[in-house]
Design a protein around this ligand. Sequence first.
Ligand SMILES: C[S@@+](CC[C@H](N)C(=O)[O-])C[C@H]1O[C@@H](n2cnc3c(N)ncnc32)[C@H](O)[C@@H]1O
Length: 455
Amino acid sequence: MYKLYPYFTNDGSVGLFSPDADDIYHSTYGALTEAYEKFILPAEFEKYFAKHDEIKILDICFGIGYNTKSFLNYFLEKILPEKTDKKNIKNMSIEKIDTDNIKYTATIDGNNKYTSEIYTDNTNCKNTSSDIASTCNTIQKIESQNLNPKFKIFIEAIDTDKNLAFLSPLFITGKRNTKNKNLNFHQAKIEKMLEDEKNKKISKKRLKNETNMILLLKIIENHPEMLNDDEFYKLLTSKNYRQYFDAFIRRFLASYKFMTSKYTLLRLLGAFLHNIYYRYISKRQKKALNALKLLDFKFDLKIDDARKILFADDNIYNFVFLDAFTPAKCPCLWTVDFFKLLYSHLDEDGMILTYSNAANVRSAFLEAGFFVGKIYNDAAGKFMGTVAVKNKSLIKNELSEYDLGLLKTKAGIFYRDENLTGQNEAIIAAHEKEVENSTRISSSKFIKQWKRKVT
Ligand SMILES: C[S@@+](CC[C@H](N)C(=O)[O-])C[C@H]1O[C@@H](n2cnc3c(N)ncnc32)[C@H](O)[C@@H]1O
């Protein structure tokens, strides 16, 4: 029987333990906060969206979706308001004075005031003087954006675990009382990890209420079979896990199941606003509906081995989140061969982000043709993670002499998986053999030599 091993991390979001990998999926200081710090903030999406209205993201190892959710949340919170905010138009005030005719009064420039009433139709723009024409065009742009502002977001998410992916929008975040009573697994180990991270200086993240709702709608749209998946429903309704799910979204899903298929998803959400659950209506549904009107958001969830999916995929991505278990646990997603496959799916100005600092990960990226840099974590005040790019100018923090030295040691020997079909155990065994037979110095010897050199 499928089992979950959930617990509350220190920021009030749910973390999971994997007995198979004997590893935690998420950091105990905060599962959601970790996603923000390791994937969202280093990506500097503001810079990207200053130039683009479209984005393609590949979320490898979606799990319970913190990286996708954090991106979506960041987009709704920071990017979307900025992009649709009239205040961005400099030195201009716009007053809509006639709704039917879409007539405006525009005041250009605080010092050199110019007031004009403009009808936002093309002929009018053409016949005006150049000042007015430019104002007129700007207003038309704003108007057309506000009437129909569509930002194209495409996220391809991959994971082998269907249950986690289906449950992802239902996990609660921002839980206040995060006392973990009766953990049925590694109680002492997890509690110790939680305690160690408790006082870490981090800015705890929260999700906007509508983020999970949007993700849920998208997963149902993409995987309607989820509504009839018994295993998923068993997990969702089990008393053991109840506290880890968001009661509101669970209720929404329950009512959703009773609705007939003649409704489209958006109409269904609209219809839900008027149905018998009216008393439960919170702002989140209305906000989800509004956000979906502004976004052309395609979410493609693939349940299979990432190597297989990517081999058959012909998308080119702007950003890739690589969040596999550590290389020692899941080497198949850290091999030079998998990175070569990623290379062929990355835009020339694209970026791969990962939490791993491992020398063999960095050397595999280099061998696959990427430029490699480090991620500086402001909150922790240290380097945590790696970026791989094709355009060198995108690297903010280059590898140091020390980092490059480590890559030449045994620790820098990367994993291989020539046919992209190897089992983790076989990849590990071949790697161990290669390390054993290598004449390179060990990383510990290198570190000792380095310390002597710098002191
Ligand atoms: C560290 S967890 C990812 C956590 C996730 N990003 C989240 O926000 O919850 C690693 C994930 O890798 C998935 N996984 C393991 N092997 C995989 C493979 N070969 N292809 C795709 N996913 C894999 C596991 O099911 C697990 O969900």
